[in-house]
Design a protein around this ligand. Structure first.
Ligand code: PLP
Length: 453
């Protein structure tokens, strides 16, 4: 709880938990042998405490879900109150927490996405969105971008365009990947945003034509790709994707699992452009991950497909009362405390300018990009050649040294391949954020030591 003191007992309990973990817990995405997970014995706001009682600034927002920080008292109280009334109820019944969460989410989504199907997380939200698109269109094939992540279940990981798919079962299941717009490492030799937008859209249209529009049911795209590198699409790209999908009768699914709920300085990242997807998937920030929850916001047209025809899918915990009560309290707290506006301000006034300065100062920084509380710092061994400081899909002694320096400085960082993501809670204090950016500055000096001519 918020008032937990760090005591010798708490540290001792953490050590027992660590031993039990190593004996019995099987962890995500890891070789289990060499893995030595960090114990967390307390969390509060933007801070966590490790097993030794050290206080670390959580600039990772865990897996980028704690948008309101840890242990927000209003959300903790709402979960407790819901637990005291109805902990669980089957999805076919009406429940007030579920109804209110659906209303609040529908009101926040762009356009006519007025119906909400609840899932347990982001992967199953994408699985269900694709199923809805396939049934609605009668077309099976799915287009998705390289350098993307859409979840760890069978279809979601096959839609994913990063090494996690390749390491997983790597079936195709009707999924075809295309190259997204990504100016810093342009697949199209573009040198300007305008060129990148035009060439990436041309490539996408060619892919659609060559794959056959009559066979493509859906295109899944993160509005701003998250763990794949926070590369914000250039001006005009998302509008172009919307136009092409409408032109060829393809359902556009915007994956807002990481970018949504204020992370990118808007309630949803698609709000940065004047477009409405046909389906929008969410999870993580909807209730900051305090209780697992995800979902699909559904357009009127797709909803009508299922007016008389049963939807072929469901989950025991769809619209779980504890998760929905947490979502209601989270959204209200975000509105009352103006967290989305704060996210935009922190990006524009603190993070963006600070990262621009770090790029000018450190030869190891190749690119900085982002918006709101959603930023990536891409490290290179040479700014001219843009050689990544770790290979795509891997790590390197240089990145390990930088990560070590960040932790030593007192930060819990989000590091992926050759990137450090600056992804704090949206309500982090300005002072804490500046402290974190100073830690980053310090650690980048370590990275500079790995720069070559
Ligand atoms: N989509 C995106 C963009 C994500 O970042 C993630 C998780 O990192 C997912 C989907 C999968 O969500 P979950 O882990 O809740 O299944």
């Amino acid at each position: 709880s918020v008032n937990t003191e760090i005591t010798a007992e708490l540290i001792a309990a953490g050590k027992v938990a660590h031993e039990l973990d190593r004996e019995h817990v099987f962890h995500s995405w890891q070789a289990q042998g060499p893995f030595d997970p960090m114990t967390i014995i307390k969390t509060e706001g933007s801070w966590v405490w490790d097993g030794e009682g050290n206080k670390l600034l959580d600039l990772s927002s865990q897996l980028v879900n704690t948008n309101i920080g840890h242990q927000h008292p209003k959300v903790v109280a709402a979960i407790q109150a819901q637990a005291a009334t109805i902990c669980t109820i089957a999805p076919q019944h009406v429940n007030d927490a579920r109804s209110e969460a659906a209303k609040l989410i529908a009101e926040l989504t762009p356009g006519n996405l007025n119906k909400i199907f609840f899932t347990n997380g982001g992967a199953d939200a994408n699985e269900h969105a694709i199923r809805m698109a396939r049934v609605h269109t009668g077309k099976h094939k799915v287009l998705a971008a390289y350098r993307s992540y859409h979840g760890g279940t069978h279809l979601a990981v096959n839609v994913t365009g990063d090494p996690r798919r390749v390491a997983s079962d790597n079936a195709t299941d009707g999924v075809v990947h295309f190259f997204p717009a990504y100016l810093y490492r342009s697949y199209f030799n573009s040198t300007t945003e305008a060129e990148e937008t035009q060439r990436a859209l041309r490539h996408l249209e060619d892919t659609i034509i060559l794959e056959g529009p009559s066979s493509i049911g859906a295109l899944v795209l993160e509005s701003i790709p998250g763990s794949a590198g926070i590369y914000v699409p250039p001006t005009g790209y998302m509008e172009g994707v919307r136009e092409l999908t409408s032109k060829y009768g393809i359902i556009l699914i915007a994956d807002e699992v990481m970018a949504g709920f204020g992370r990118a300085g808007q309630w949803f990242a698609v709000n940065h452009w004047n477009i409405t997807p046909d389906l929008l998937t969410f999870a993580k920030g909807v209730n900051s991950g305090y209780v697992p929850l995800g979902g699909v916001a559904i357009s009127e047209e797709i909803f009508e497909t299922f007016l008389q025809r049963p939807y072929p899918g469901g989950l025991t915990y769809s619209g779980h009362p504890l998760a929905c009560a947490a979502a209601v309290a989270t959204i209200k707290a975000m509105q009352e405390e103006r967290m989305v506006e704060n996210s935009a301000r922190l990006g524009a006034e603190i993070i963006g300018p600070a990262l621009t300065e770090l790029k000018a100062k450190h030869p190891s920084v190749g690119d900085v990009r982002g918006t709101g509380c959603f930023w990536a710092v891409e490290l290179v061994t040479n700014q001219e050649t843009r050689e990544p400081m770790a290979p795509y899909g891997g790590s390197s002694p240089a990145m390990a040294a930088v990560t070590g320096a960040l932790k030593k400085a007192g930060m819990l960082p989000f590091v992926n391949f050759n990137r450090i993501h600056v992804v704090p809670p949206l309500n982090i204090s300005d002072a804490d954020l500046r402290t974190g950016l100073a830690m980053l500055d310090e650690a980048l000096s370590v990275a500079d030591g790995f720069v070559t001519d």
